[in-house]
Design a protein around this ligand. Structure first.
Ligand code: IFM
Length: 462
């Protein structure tokens, strides 16, 4: 494996040398940054609706303006270029492309993504597009959303429009972002749109989303010459929060839901045992072959180990449990344990045997009083977290994990779903009153890391 000189590496990564073709990127998603929810023909999404329901999102925040990226994408691309970022993972907003989810495409919405993609390419930054990062068109939810088996066809039609329009320039595609998170939160826990807690609805959703993934993969393969197609999974080791047998059993089911039921179906062609038994009534002949398409890469979003416990009051009998007292925590209370990242990369390599791109990893902070700009800009907690993660990723790579790239979450502070704008994950600070962007210490640190890993001019790149 050709390696670069780590001479210029920033503190915390001085001994690391990644392959010269290792990809260093940054991630965002449409609803979290674009704003302009009512402009140029975009239709409403389930998140627009959810944000308007009393008490669902902290402080009643919405994505209406967010980071105004819809108008400021040029500045944001320049910012990435200045940081030396090699690839940018963004999502297309389905309701911007198809305001009612199906039917006639919205030219102004497609034009926006044309401008973004062209600006990225001019800046030498690879565009990585995700088709779905949770913003289902409201008009489709009105028809049952993912609980409706037709949703796979709606998604494939949307994928066809995107592939035909952007496939000449975008070669890296992901079908979905974090299947388990939006399905569990939306259809089992009821904490996200469409706020359902129902076993049949949840099981149907799992299966239909898997079908949609399979159909969209086939569409991308057919319409994008040279496509590198992946899907993005949230994978975090699930640990029981006590030794009690009921907590251990609840954790096993939690693990099937969170970590296994999407990638196992998509890559191995089977559901894990407990879910497999309960999902059977919704699976028709030929479905598993439709779902299990050849994939080019595995997208891993990793943050922290998760602790689960039994709770008979919850739909599936499990819920998040207490964290061990001795684990340090991020500014939003998530445990910090880089060994969980190393373990995850190694386990995924042996289970699925695909090249892995870490499509999200990052640190959330809550600066009080909000925003305490001084503390936020000198974000040493985030720097330490990123350094610990990247060291863990390097150990995994050294031991044979097939990790090929890393995208930090997130380029910008943004709309953090139910937490609104209070939780900040950006390496770049956003002043929401003025929309000024200010790189934090972590952005400078990441830029120095990327620079240190670039091939010296006299050494050819692989
Ligand atoms: O902001 C989210 C993102 O949309 C999906 N992955 C986790 C991030 C932090 O919570």
């Amino acid at each position: 494996m050709p390696e670069t000189s780590p001479d210029d590496a920033p503190p915390g990564t001085a001994a690391l040398a990644f392959p010269t073709d290792f990809l260093w990127g940054a991630s965002t998603s449409a609803y979290q940054i674009e704003g302009a929810t009512n402009e140029d023909g975009r239709g409403p999404s389930v998140w627009d609706t959810f944000c308007r329901m009393t008490g669902r999102v902290n402080h009643g925040h919405t994505g209406d303006i967010a980071c105004d990226h819809y108008h400021r994408y040029g500045d944001d691309v320049r910012l990435m270029k200045d940081l030396g970022i090699g690839a940018y993972r963004f999502s297309l907003a389905w309701p911007r492309v198809l305001p009612r989810g199906r039917g006639v495409a919205n030219q102004a919405g497609l034009d926006f993504y044309d401008r973004l993609i062209d600006t990225l390419l001019e800046a030498g930054i690879e565009p990585w597009a995700t088709l779905f990062h949770w913003d289902l068109p409201q008009a489709l939810d009105d028809l049952g959303g993912w609980t409706n088996r037709d949703s796979a066809g709606w998604f494939a039609d949307y994928a066809t429009i995107a592939a035909r329009r952007f496939g000449d320039r975008v070669k890296h595609w992901a079908t979905f972002n974090e299947f388990s998170v939006f399905t569990l939160f939306g259809y089992a826990f009821g904490w996200a749109p469409p706020s359902i807690s129902d076993k049949a609805a949840h099981l149907k959703t799992i299966h239909h989303v898997n079908l949609a993934h399979g159909d969209a993969t086939a569409v991308l393969r057919a319409h994008v010459p040279g496509a590198a197609i992946g899907a993005i999974h949230s994978v975090q080791p699930c640990r029981p929060s006590s030794d009690a047998p009921e907590d251990i059993a609840a954790t096993a089911l939690f693990n099937e839901h969170w970590n296994l039921c999407f990638p196992d179906a998509q890559i191995l062609g089977t559901y894990p045992p407990q879910i497999g038994a309960s999902i059977e009534p919704y699976v028709r002949a030929g479905d598993m072959a439709r779902i299990c398409q050849p994939m080019d890469w595995f997208g891993l979003n990793h943050y922290a180990p998760m602790y689960a416990k039994a709770d008979p009051g919850m739909l599936w009998g499990f819920v998040f449990g207490a964290l061990p007292e001795n684990l340090p925590r991020t500014g939003v209370g998530w445990p910090i344990d880089p060994s969980a990242f190393e373990q995850t990369l190694k386990e995924l390599t042996s289970r699925y045997r695909l090249p892995i791109y870490v499509t999200e990893n990052g640190y959330g902070s809550q600066t009080q009083p909000a925003p305490n700009e001084r503390a936020e800009l000198d974000d040493q907690g985030r720097v330490a977290y990123l350094a610990g993660s990247i060291e863990a990723m390097h150990r995994a790579l050294r031991d044979g994990a097939k990790v090929r790239g890393y995208f930090v979450w997130s380029l910008l502070d943004n709309f953090e779903w139910g937490a609104g704008y209070g939780d900040r994950f950006g390496i770049v600070f956003v002043d929401y009153a003025t929309q000024e962007r200010i790189p934090k210490a972590s952005a400078r640190w990441y830029a120095a890391l990327i620079k240190s890993q670039k091939a010296p001019p006299n050494r050819p790149k692989r």
